[in-house]
Design a protein around this ligand. Structure first.
Ligand code: HEC
Ligand code: HEC
Length: 308
């Protein structure tokens, strides 16, 4: 569908039509709320046994993901589903590998209650926070009705909103500085388009706006832990269909895929070519696409740079 957009990359006037758009540099979020959300995100008291916080799996010094294929539950058991990065998830159309929810507060509620995540109840946490003079003071300063279930979800959702990574090299390029990309990076972008990666990975998040089968041409390894969208829609054709993930900061969020079984970015590109297009050739193209994907690494979100 993007064939018509294959214009000479140097023609500035046409940048507005690029299939990928830059992350807005100053996305608005409410600072006080986001700071409260950040405190909650780091707080192990949110888990049942005091051993896990959101940050235990979504390591914000590691791009909001986990370097392990599978994060560990508080009992030390592997989850069986890779922990996705939460950076830029504010720009997602839906959440979780099967896209089971689109509302951000609902997502936070699921992340708190899911056995694959915090495995606690929102009510239990709310009751605990009501007992804490420190939290009560912080909630009072922001919310008229102080500590409530909805305000707890709202504050964490606001912190997630603050986790965008603007000004990647590629975004600088999209804004008009065409000198910033090397020849190989530019060729990689052209090949990302001409090979068809762009058909699924596009928009501001270079993904996150559609569901697609993993294994269009060649089936991907069977996964007993995550069947994909079929769990949401109950339609057979949605078996092994997943939310197309964002490729922003992709160079720094290994391992890859919902099962975390692909270890390097190069292997991920090869795997996509094989399973989505049924081809596997030309190592130069793979290197160039890899070089392009490295330009999607953005800046550390401001909220993480400040004193805790
Ligand atoms: C024990 C590890 C673990 C903990 C703790 C955890 N998560 Fe997750 N998180 C995951 C996994 C695994 C997934 C993917 C689950 C799925 O898609 O079924 C996920 C998915 C998400 C997503 C969806 C990302 C996307 O792009 O679809 C968000 C956002 C998120 N978690 C935020 C949180 C927040 C906020 C907390 C704390 C309240 C939290 N997580 C606690 C492991 C964890
Ligand atoms: C038909 C749609 C489609 C096409 C075409 C496609 N992808 Fe993907 N891509 C996906 C889906 C769906 C996933 C998630 C797979 C999973 O989690 O098992 C994915 C995952 C990825 C990942 C891993 C992301 C992560 O965080 O784990 C990378 C890297 C990637 N694709 C790059 C590419 C490249 C490069 C191309 C072109 C060679 C490409 N994709 C073509 C749909 C597509």
């Amino acid at each position: 569908m993007y064939k018509f957009l294959l214009v000479p990359l140097a023609s500035l006037a046409l940048f507005a039509q690029e299939p990928i758009s830059p992350i807005p540099a100053n996305l608005v979020y409410e600072k006080a709320k986001a700071e409260l959300g950040k405190k909650l995100f780091f707080d192990k008291n949110l888990s049942r046994d005091g051993k896990l916080a959101c940050v235990s799996c979504h390591n914000v010094t590691k791009n909001g993901a986990d370097t392990r294929a599978y994060s560990l539950s508080s009992e030390g058991k592997e989850l069986g589903v890779n922990t996705p990065s939460i950076f830029n998830s504010a720009l997602n159309n839906s959440f979780f590998f099967d896209g089971r929810v689109a509302d951000r507060k609902k997502q936070v509620e699921i992340s708190i209650e899911s056995p694959s995540e915090l495995d606690n109840s929102v009510d239990a946490i709310t009751n605990r926070l009501i007992q804490s003079p420190e939290y009560k003071k912080m909630f009072d300063a922001i919310y008229l009705d102080s500590v409530t279930k909805d305000n707890l979800l709202d504050a964490i959702a606001e912190f997630e909103k603050a986790l965008t990574t603007p000004n990647s090299k590629f975004d600088v390029y999209l804004r008009g500085d065409i000198t910033v990309l090397s020849d190989d990076e530019k060729k990689g972008y052209e090949k990302f388009i001409s090979t068809g990666c762009i058909n699924c990975h596009n928009g501001v998040n270079v993904g996150e706006n559609m569901y697609q089968k993993m294994g269009v041409f060649i089936p991907y390894r069977q996964d007993k832990n995550l069947n994909g969208r079929i769990d949401v829609t109950k339609r057979d054709r949605d078996k092994f269909v997943y939310k197309v993930p964002s490729l922003r900061n992709i160079a720094n969020t290994a391992p890859y895929m919902h099962d975390g079984q692909v270890k390097t970015l190069k292997e991920a590109i090869i795997s996509m070519r094989e399973h989505q297009f049924g081809v596997l050739n030309n190592s130069k193209s793979i290197e160039q696409i890899e070089a392009f994907l490295h330009t999607l690494t953005g800046e550390t979100p401001a909220i993480l740079k400040e004193e805790k």
